[in-house]
Design a protein around this ligand. Structure first.
Ligand SMILES: NC(=O)c1ccc[n+]([C@@H]2O[C@H](COP(=O)([O-])OP(=O)(O)OC[C@H]3O[C@@H](n4cnc5c(N)ncnc54)[C@H](O)[C@@H]3O)[C@@H](O)[C@H]2O)c1
Ligand SMILES: O=C(O)C[C@H](O)C(=O)O
Ligand SMILES: [Mg+2]
Length: 613
């Protein structure tokens, strides 16, 4: 399936879906009424229902709002323009100020709107996703997490701490929404490449769920960001007077797992069909929890599984850019720097892709990868070799070509291997230095690929400017956090692709949710990755464009979601969602599935409010 079938399924319906999802044109539906279980000020203080000055006079009468707002009724369009104008003046007024100060000011203005009026917030987010994703997601979300305790004004999401042991089953009923579809949970132990940020890591689930709403059209009333606070080993935070989390070292072993188990059971008790995404757990717990829950809950680990699909899509794009058929993938030499949750996830999925490549027979022992961690090249001679990486460890000694010793440095590996692709998931900013990149110039590929996937921007292994300067104009570049394209002269552009799991996780979650799948299988994840890999046209690939623009994220998410849903149906895992059962899902054509997924997406429009009180 890897090659043409997925390509067909993802591109065929593009124009129809674009019509459905085009950001400027809201769907031509009249929103149904929304029953509000409150009145008066309680409505104005609830961002789910609040319309600020846009409440029409009839609603002001019905809901007890008369006199609580200035008399002028503004239209949604006027409110929208007012917000965008104030955002743009903030941009103008802060020109030349320190980057982090400006980034936080932008985050604050968006966050205030999020706290006040979700409909308007998500509409501006959807329409301006390219500009706003870097504010609510990487890189600014990293800065927000680092400063979270000081920035804290209002809570968002739920916090389950080690002190709540035995209480979670009842605590979960404190959440005000009747139904939750999508949960993103972290324990804050590996926030982007910034390490253990304890309770402050809650910013990550919040940012990921903002993307679930904007990209996958999950109703914001049905998302839940969760922090599992089991302590922190970050000394600086433990000593910080403002720190808002538990001031104790992280729980370990069975004590730790008991907390996660209890949380998962509490979720199952209240929302048995919710999808749970694990995010930014340190490696040992990322793998352990994935194995522990993946066959019992509808869950996935985004850093291991979402990232793998995005990296694979990029690597397959790099094969196409060389004018080669995908069947050449097993011959590509790939150096992976970072053997953590993300690196190992990528290695496993890329190896499976090689083994499944149609028309090619390779054996389990095939190894096209060179993997480095903080101690250099990983070989079979490594003491205490981690079983997760053992299958990718190189031999050492005369049989190994090229001859590279245990712990060999990155530059030595690149010089000797001359890889087609160099992939960074190390969390170490600037590690692809001038010497490494100049060595990449001697790559055996006519289009050497350099993926600096670590986040946030400060942790990127290199910049696109460095790559096009030192590797050459024929290089292909992708990074986890956004960079600007590079003007190469003569009107040519060096494309700075964003290889971030945001191109997959919203579609994985959405497809799993709408299929009503019991679990998220490898087949469902592969279908999503193949859909992404096949999305870009050959013309774009030749230019060095590997991923769609962020502005089309809702479009690509509908396609990925449909591919995931169809895989769930094919594997007999789908149990259906709401009033659409598994038989009906199975009867849908590819195009009908994409249409169905697109139509299920929530879109921010003010609904007429009717009071229940
Ligand atoms: N672009 C994306 O979509 C995406 C997705 C997931 C993770 N990431 C990023 O990838 C990075 C790693 O994430 P992770 O979950 O794998 O972390 P991790 O802590 O599990 O793994 C980090 C790995 O990097 C290795 N490393 C550290 N210093 C090194 C050095 N000097 N040279 C070579 N290797 C070194 C470590 O030994 C370890 O194997 C983070 O910055 C994260 O933000 C990006
Ligand atoms: O959060 C991101 O931007 C991507 C990824 O999940 C990461 O941990 O870096
Ligand atoms: Mg992550």
């Amino acid at each position: 399936m890897l090659a043409s079938a997925a390509r067909r399924s993802c591109r065929r319906s593009s124009s129809q879906i674009r019509r459905l999802l085009g950001s400027s044109a809201p769907p031509a539906v009249v929103p149904g009424p929304c029953i509000v279980p409150k009145r008066g000020n309680d409505i104005l203080n609830d961002p789910w229902y609040n319309k600020d000055t846009a409440f029409p006079t009839t609603e002001r009468d019905r809901l007890g709002l008369r006199g609580l707002l200035p008399p002028r009724v503004m239209s949604f369009k006027e409110q929208y323009e007012r917000f965008i104008n104030s955002y743009r003046s903030l941009e103008n007024n802060t020109r030349g100020e320190p980057e982090s100060m400006v980034a936080l000011a932008k985050w604050r203005i968006l966050n205030r709107l999020h706290d006040r009026n979700e409909t308007l917030y998500f509409r501006v987010l959807i329409d301006n996703i390219k500009d706003f994703a870097p504010v609510i997601y990487t890189p600014t979300v990293g800065l927000v997490c680092e400063n979270y305790s000081g920035l804290f004004r209002r809570p968002r999401g739920m916090y389950f701490s080690a002190n709540d042991k035995g209480e979670m089953m009842s605590m979960i009923y404190n959440w005000p929404a009747e139904k939750v579809d999508m949960i993103v949970v972290t324990d804050g132990s590996r926030i982007l490449g910034l390490g253990d940020l304890g309770v402050q890591g809650i910013g990550i689930p919040i940012g990921k769920l903002d993307l679930y709403v904007a990209a996958a059209g999950i109703n914001p009333q049905k998302v839940l960001p969760v922090m599992l606070d089991v302590g922190t080993n970050n000394k600086k935070l433990l000593e910080d007077k403002l720190y808002l989390g538990l001031r104790q070292p992280r729980l370990e072993g069975e004590e730790y797992l008991a907390i996660v188990d209890e949380f998962m059971e509490a979720v199952r008790a209240r929302w048995p069909k919710a999808v749970v995404q694990f995010e930014d757990f340190q490696m040992k717990w990322a793998f352990e929890t994935l194995e522990r829950y993946r066959n019992r809950f509808c869950t996935f680990n985004d850093d291991i599984q979402g990232t793998a699909g995005v990296a694979l899509a990029g690597l397959l794009g790099a094969v196409r850019a060389q004018g080669l058929p995908l069947q050449d993938f097993p011959n590509q030499k790939i150096v992976v720097v970072g053997a953590g949750s993300a690196g190992i996830g990528v290695l496993n999925m890329a190896k499976q892709a090689s083994l499944r490549m149609p028309g090619i027979h390779i054996t389990e022992g095939h190894n096209q990868f060179w993997v480095l961690d903080k101690d250099g090249l990983i070989t079979k001679a490594r003491e205490g070799l981690d079983p997760a990486v053992a299958g990718f460890a190189r031999g050492s000694g005369p049989d190994e070509i090229p001859d590279l010793q245990e712990g060999a440095s990155l530059v030595e590996v690149v010089k000797k291997v001359k890889p087609h692709a160099l992939l960074g998931l190390s969390g170490v900013g600037g590690i692809f230095n001038e010497e490494v990149l100049k060595a990449m110039k001697e790559s055996d590929s006519p289009r050497p690929a350099v993926f600096a996937m670590s986040n946030p921007t400060t942790k990127a292994e290199c910049t696109p400017d460095d790559v096009f300067k030192h590797v050459g104009e024929n290089a292909i570049f992708a990074s986890g956090s956004p960079f600007s394209n590079v003007a190469l002269g003569n009107g040519k552009t060096g494309y700075a692709n964003q290889a971030n799991n945001m191109y997959l996780f919203p579609g994985i979650g959405l497809g799993a949710l709408l299929s009503g799948a019991r679990i998220i299988s490898d087949g469902m994840l592969e279908a999503g990755a193949e859909c992404l890999a096949s999305y870009i046209t050959d013309d774009d690939i030749q230019k060095g464009i590997l991923f769609p623009p962020v502005s089309s994220i809702r479009h690509i998410t509908a396609q990925v979601g449909a591919a995931v849903l169809r895989a769930a149906v094919a594997e007999d895992l789908a149990e259906g969602c709401d009033d659409v059962g598994p038989k009906e899902l199975a009867s849908m054509s590819e195009l009908e599935t994409v249409d169905y997924v697109a139509r299920k997406m929530w879109y921010p429009i003010y609904s007429p409010l009717v009071s229940k009180k």
